[in-house]
Design a protein around this ligand. Sequence first.
Ligand SMILES: [Zn+2]
Ligand SMILES: [Zn+2]
Length: 143
Amino acid sequence: MISAHQKTVMKASRTRSQERILSLLKTIKLGISAQDMYVELRSRNQSMGLATVYRSLEALKLEGMVQMRTLPNGEALYSLAQQDKHHLTCLACGTSIPINQCPAHDLEVELQTDHKFKIFYHTLEFFGLCSQCQLAQTAQLSQ
Ligand SMILES: [Zn+2]
Ligand SMILES: [Zn+2]
């Protein structure tokens, strides 16, 4: 557990840009790209340069606060690292369905111990076709 004191110290070392990005990420469910974050912050009157967005994200990533996942189109989505969440991602329409199980959870605990490695997060992605896209594909094939 992190003591209240440690929390204050960690918080104090963060820049205002990092704080703004964190509070934005708290409102985002499925992750957001740096570009969209830049636009969103601007609409909240919390404008910062895109380079600052990337720099802040990089710092938060090394702190274990933020995690990144890459979509099939190469776009990187950022989200808060706390939640052990995984997704089923449809390659046709890009829909991401969150799943609540994590088969890697116990493995992670084991690896941390065996390798004395501090794991911030892991990624596990499932790709394929959602039910709607499967129907669309079947319809197309039977034409
Ligand atoms: Zn789909
Ligand atoms: Zn997991």
